[in-house]
Design a protein around this ligand. Structure first.
Ligand SMILES: *[C@@H]1O[C@H](CO)[C@@H](O)[C@H](O)[C@H]1NC(C)=O
Ligand SMILES: *[C@@H]1O[C@H](CO)[C@@H](O)[C@H](O)[C@H]1NC(C)=O
Ligand SMILES: *[C@@H]1O[C@H](CO)[C@@H](O)[C@H](O)[C@H]1NC(C)=O
Length: 321
């Protein structure tokens, strides 16, 4: 009785095992399979490959990364054993002349994919991908940095969507970022988040990175333009040309900072004067003849990211903006 139970249980466990192996193989895109394996368990998985229906009745042989296999793999439908992270590019060829017919790339991803090594983390809050937009019109840019040891890594796919609607994105020439653009409705309250996923691989190792955000969280006004000084002590500037209009609806607020001569606007020390204003001008009241005037902008309503600083260096009569 109990041995029968054991056999039944064993059958059930084995059944579950092969099923789950199948579930761990996914077609990510044309000619690319992703195998998901647990971390550190020395996995060995058989992955089924087909050369394609078009070559059903032809004699077919296979190569891995351009190399003949030993023993040779033959047949339109085969199974290859993938050990740990050893995926590869499997090509099928007509025999005996060796003409190339088709290929399947097997990439391996850890499951869970939380021990990533390909991209650098920008910061714990920001994660691995930095996104920004200069207004609410629907265009935005995202960027990432490969770690030094994985500088060869290549982007396979970028998926961006908002509420099941695809957002078109274009990869930069060097593969370190994307420019995306969608038709947004800038006047409405933003209801849906944008989700961006980057699939990147280094040899056979695949990692995916996802960033989910509201456009309003990444809208950062561009550097303020036309910063100038008049009447000796009054600085004035304009809204960035790329900012939304009307400015009565899309108001900015400005942070003004005076730092000691020779110091950076980002410095938290050496601050002589500090203020927040909604005006596009500011009168300096310090007696010092040498200082750096710094100003930057933020959306007054969403309190999103600050722009980069604009600055004027004042050295007595010499003012450089
Ligand atoms: C080539 O292989 C892919 C699988 O990687 C398959 O989807 C496709 O149909 C094959 N092409 C042909 C012409 O059979
Ligand atoms: C795999 O091999 C085929 C045939 O040589 C080639 O066209 C394809 O670019 C290769 N893919 C990758 C990811 O190496
Ligand atoms: C990754 O996830 C697993 C399972 O959820 C967890 O045990 C492990 O500590 C995580 N590793 C890291 C580096 O976060």
């Amino acid at each position: 009785m109990s041995s029968l139970l054991l056999i039944v249980m064993y059958a059930a466990l084995c059944g579950a095992n092969t099923d789950s192996q199948q579930e761990n193989i996914e077609t990510l895109m044309d000619n690319v399979l992703v195998l998901r394996v647990p971390y550190g368990q020395g996995s060995m998985v058989y992955v089924p490959l087909t050369c394609g229906e078009a070559y059903q009745n032809q004699p077919v042989t296979w190569k891995k990364n351009g190399m003949e296999l030993n023993p040779p793999l033959q047949g339109n439908q085969i199974k290859v054993l993938v050990e740990e992270m050893n995926g590869g590019n499997y090509t099928c060829h007509l025999s005996p002349n060796g003409e190339y017919l088709n290929h399947t790339v097997i990439l391996v991803q850890l499951d869970p994919d939380n021990r990533t090594v390909i991209l650098e983390e920008k910061s714990p809050e920001e994660g691995h991908i930095h996104c920004s937009a200069s207004n609410y019109k629907g265009a935005f840019d995202c960027a990432w940095t490969r770690t030094q040891s994985r500088s060869n890594a290549a982007v396979l796919l970028v998926k961006a969507e908002r509420h099941l609607e695809k957002i078109p994105c274009e990869l930069n020439a060097d593969g370190s970022g994307v420019h995306c653009d969608y038709a947004s409705c800038p006047y409405g309250e933003e209801q849906q988040r944008i989700s961006l996923t980057v699939y990147i691989h280094s040899y056979s190792r695949l990692e995916s990175y996802t960033k989910v955000f509201y456009l309003r969280e990444i809208v950062r006004p561009e550097k303020l333009s036309h910063l100038r000084i008049s009447e000796g002590k009054v600085f004035s500037w304009s809204y960035p040309d790329t900012w939304e209009t009307p400015v009565t609806y899309y108001g900015l607020q400005f942070q003004v900072k005076l730092v000691n001569h020779g110091h950076s606007c980002n410095s938290d020390e050496h601050i002589m004067q500090h203020s927040i204003t909604e005006d596009t001008k500011y009168e300096v009241t310090v007696k010092a003849k040498k200082y750096v005037f710094c100003v930057r902008a933020q959306d007054r309503h969403t309190r999103g990211p600050w722009s980069h600083w604009s600055q004027c260096t004042v050295n007595k009569q010499d003012v450089r903006c």
